[in-house]
Structures are given as structure tokens and as C-alpha cells.
Design a protein around this ligand. Structure first.
Ligand code: ATP
Ligand code: MG
Length: 446
């Protein structure tokens, strides 16, 4: 036993010596366009205070990438050699968060600057941090800037703006990839995706968002490994799916997910129906909704994940309710189908309760929005989810001509004066009586 321990100590892998950043990888202030005036005052405060306290401090990730591309950064992330506790000591408005990644959040009102301590490499004791599939379980090994660079996901996200001399550190050719519009995984894509399968979604998200091409190996490996997303917690996958479809490029993202065979992992039942053929319109239906979402985001209008999920799962729900309807009354079948489809999807992407309720409302209101008009029809306008359900009906009407007339009627009703509304209602009731539509005939969900 003692000999074994001595031998293992003797042959234990030595940690690679830490080299300083090669001067070739430092782009001086005169050779790039990021100026302090272009980034958030709060980020500048954090960087400056860290620097004054003797720490290294860099802006990193999406903000550097976006500033170089003349895009507005979503948030500003800082990387430093200060430990989370040391960061906390420097700022009164700082909270430490996260277990897997311990991070410092510095709060300025609603603005939060995320400060991450450089991550170290796992090479020395992989067994403690990787599980047997190669996935990272814990990631609180601190390291140096050099090590941190190699822990980033893609090259264009691994550019560091140094507050000490305003230079950019680019050790992985991120600037060249930025210029050539390439998304490239840092290191071996298979190992990096295995460590954290969510990186596959990030690659596709950034490709869609930036309109970049994914480097061949980074792309082809996704198809082979997308099944590994099954091992990601349903809560994290919900957040990632939300980001995929709510960054203003849902349409392009959807195309990529479909093409690279990732959609089937996120929405397996939806993917199955799409794969059955072009005559079921489901692909066009989803694409149309994605385009609408993108326009809403461009126009700074509110969007909700409930709408996306009701669109994605609508045909799955309809099909399930048809099958169940062969064994039980329609109303019961609808309700059971709703519960089943949402519970199954929830295992993959944990849909928050409030959204589940909203999806149910959107689907249930379809019945009230399309059934024969009667004296109670007005009440639907007061339903808190009327607007979302109406938007959903408009979407359906694009593909189901039988709903077009009704969709137009609802559109007109909303803008009509109270007097005209009453008149519209009376006329519609008369019309339905004349054409012999009875309640019984329509007593199922449309
Ligand atoms: P945006 O905020 O515009 O969506 P971002 O690149 O800033 O894009 P964040 O999720 O804010 O993305 O992450 C900040 C940085 O942290 C990334 O740029 C990347 O360097 C690193 N990062 C985030 N998630 C991962 C991951 N799963 N694996 C490796 N690095 C990651
Ligand atoms: Mg960011």
C-alpha cells in the first residue's frame, strides 16, 4: 500500500508550468477600437476598484465581442484574480452566488456586474470534478488568466479587455474568428461538449445571433453528441431554450436546431410530427411564430415563453387529445392531453408553473374564441390571457382557413366602440342562428 502511494506520487502528472501571456497575444490600445467611454460606467467602477486594490481585472465574454462588432452588449462580465470573498470585501453592494460556479454580483440598482474569479484547469485531478461521462460536476478550482482563457466556450467569447493598459488579450485567435465571422469551440469540441453539453446550444445560439458560420468540427460534433443534452437538468435547459428563442433570432435558431438535429432532444414529440411530412404545416406554423417573436423583440414588445411553448406543443397536444378522445369524452381527453403533454415536456425543460397555467389558458381559450358566438362571448375579452390567446388564434388562422373569418371578427371587435361592439355581437348571434350552428355541434375544442 505504502509502495503504491509512493509510486503514484512519483508518477503523478505534474501541473503544467504557468506561462505568462505571450506578447504576440496582446493587442495594444492603439490596435483595437474599444474605448472606456463605450462601456458601462458601473463596469468601469468595478474594474477600477479591483485594479486599485492590486488585482488583475478584465472585461470578458459577450461584452468585448459585442463592442468589437458595434453591437450593444447585453451585460458586462468581469474576470479577475481576486477570490470571490476578496471581491465581496471591496464592494458593499456585492453578493456571492452559485454553487457550481461561485460568482460575485456587484449591484448598482437594477444593473448587476458579474465578477468571476479566473477558473483553473482540471487536468491534475479530473476525477474530482468530472463525472464518468466527462461532464463537469464542480468548477471552483481557481486559476490564472492563462487557464481561464481555455475554460471559455468559443474563441470570440475569450477576448479579455485589460483595465491596466487598455489592451486586449487574444490567446485563441478570437479576433481573427470575429473578423471572419466564425464560431469555433476552444480546444477539442468533443471534450468541451462532454464537459458541458450546453455549449452545443450556445454555439448554435451565437451562430444565429451573430450570423456567423460554425467551424466544421465544432458543428459536425453537435449532431453526434446532442443526445448528451439529456443529462442537463430540466431547469437549466428551460433557461437555455428561453435564450435560444428570445434573442431576436428565433427563426434562424429554429432552422439551425432542426438542421443540426438538436430540436429532437429539446422537443422530441414536436420533432417527430415535423419529420412525418410537409403536409401537416407544423414547421411553417412554428417558423411563422418565430418570425413574429423576432419582430416583437425588435419593436421592444413583451414576449412570453408561454407563447413559444404553446406553439411548439400545440400539434402534439391536438394529436394526443385525438387519440385519447377515442376512449373518453372529448372534454376529458383534452384535459388529460394537456396535462400529459406539459408534464412530459416539463421533464426535459422545467416549465415554471405560471407559464404552464398560461399555456393551458391559451389552449383552452381557443375553444371559446372559435365556438358559435352567443351572449357570453363578450366575457372572453375580459380574460387576463385573452390577448395571448387571440394572438395564437391569428397564428392558427394563417394555416387553418376555417378560422380566418373569426380571427378578423375578434380583431374588429377589439377596436370597435361599445355601441358597435354590441351591434357586432347581435349580428353575429343572428347569423349563427340562421346558419343553424347549434351548441351541440361545436361542443368540442376546435
Ligand atoms: P450574451 O450575454 O450576449 O448572451 P455572453 O458571451 O456574454 O453572451 P454569458 O452567458 O453572459 O454569454 O457568459 C459570459 C462568458 O462566460 C461567455 O462569453 C463565455 O466566455 C463564458 N461562458 C459562459 N457559459 C459558458 C460555458 N457553458 N462554457 C464555457 N464558457 C462559458
Ligand atoms: Mg454576457
Amino acid at each position: 500500500m505504502i509502495i503504491k502511494t509512493l509510486l503514484s506520487r512519483l508518477f503523478k502528472k505534474k501541473k503544467a508550468p504557468i506561462s505568462l501571456i505571450d506578447h504576440q497575444h496582446i493587442v495594444p490600445r492603439s490596435a483595437h477600437k474599444i474605448s472606456r467611454s463605450s462601456f458601462s460606467g458601473n463596469a468601469l467602477k468595478v474594474l477600477t476598484r479591483l485594479k486599485s486594490a492590486g488585482f488583475q481585472a478584465y472585461l470578458v465574454g459577450g461584452c468585448v465581442r459585442d463592442l468589437l462588432l458595434d453591437l450593444k452588449p447585453k451585460d458586462f462580465d468581469v474576470a479577475t484574480n481576486a477570490r470571490p470573498e476578496e471581491v465581496k470585501n471591496l464592494f458593499t453592494n456585492c453578493r456571492l452566488i452559485g454553487r457550481r460556479f461561485r460568482l460575485a454580483h456587484v449591484h448598482f440598482g437594477r444593473d448587476i456586474i458579474e465578477v468571476a474569479t479566473f477558473r483553473g484547469s482540471n487536468t491534475e485531478d479530473d476525477s474530482h470534478v468530472l463525472d464518468d461521462t466527462g461532464m463537469i460536476k464542480r468548477d471552483n478550482v481557481y486559476g490564472t488568466l492563462q487557464e481561464d482563457i481555455w475554460r471559455r466556450d468559443i474563441t470570440v467569447n475569450a477576448l479579455y479587455y485589460n483595465i491596466a493598459d487598455f489592451s486586449i488579450v487574444d490567446a485563441v485567435n478570437g479576433l481573427s474568428d470575429l473578423q471572419h465571422k466564425i464560431i469555433r469551440v476552444i480546444g477539442d469540441p468533443e471534450i468541451r461538449y462532454r464537459e458541458d453539453p450546453v455549449r452545443m446550444l450556445r454555439v448554435l445560439r451565437f451562430a444565429a445571433k451573430l450570423g456567423f458560420t460554425v467551424e466544421t468540427k465544432s458543428l459536425s460534433t453537435i449532431r453526434r453528441m446532442s443526445f448528451m443534452l439529456n443529462s442537463i437538468s430540466n431547469a437549466r435547459l428551460f433557461d437555455e431554450v428561453y435564450k435560444l428563442f428570445h434573442t431576436g433570432v428565433a427563426f434562424q435558431t429554429f432552422q439551425l436546431l432542426l438542421k443540426e438535429e438538436v430540436l429532437g432532444v429539446l422537443f422530441p414529440e414536436t420533432k417527430k410530427i415535423i419529420a412525418e411530412g410537409s403536409d401537416n404545416h407544423i414547421q411553417a406554423f412554428i417558423e411563422h411564430a418565430c418570425r413574429n417573436t423576432d419582430v416583437r423583440i425588435q419593436e421592444n414588445k413583451k414576449v412570453t415563453a408561454a407563447f413559444l411553448f404553446s406553439v411548439m406543443l400545440w400539434h402534439v397536444y391536438k394529436r394526443r387529445s385525438k387519440i385519447l378522445g377515442e376512449q373518453m369524452p372529448k372534454v376529458q381527453a383534452n384535459s388529460m392531453a394537456m396535462a400529459q403533454v406539459l408534464a412530459e415536456q416539463g421533464k426535459i425543460t422545467a416549465i415554471p408553473k405560471a407559464l404552464v397555467m398560461m399555456i393551458r389558458d391559451i389552449w383552452q381559450l381557443q375553444y371559446r374564441l372559435t365556438k358559435p358566438i352567443n351572449e357570453k362571448t363578450f366575457a372572453v375579452l375580459e380574460h387576463p390571457k385573452f390577448r395571448a390567446a387571440y394572438d395564437f388564434l391569428l397564428l392558427r388562422a394563417e394555416f387553418e382557413p376555417e378560422h380566418q373569418e373569426r380571427a378578423e371578427w375578434w380583431t374588429a371587435l377589439q377596436v370597435a366602440s361599445p355601441v358597435n361592439q354590441t351591434q357586432m355581437l347581435t349580428e353575429a348571434i343572428k347569423k349563427y342562428k340562421k346558419t343553424g350552428h347549434s351548441r351541440r355541434k361545436h361542443s368540442k375544442l376546435s
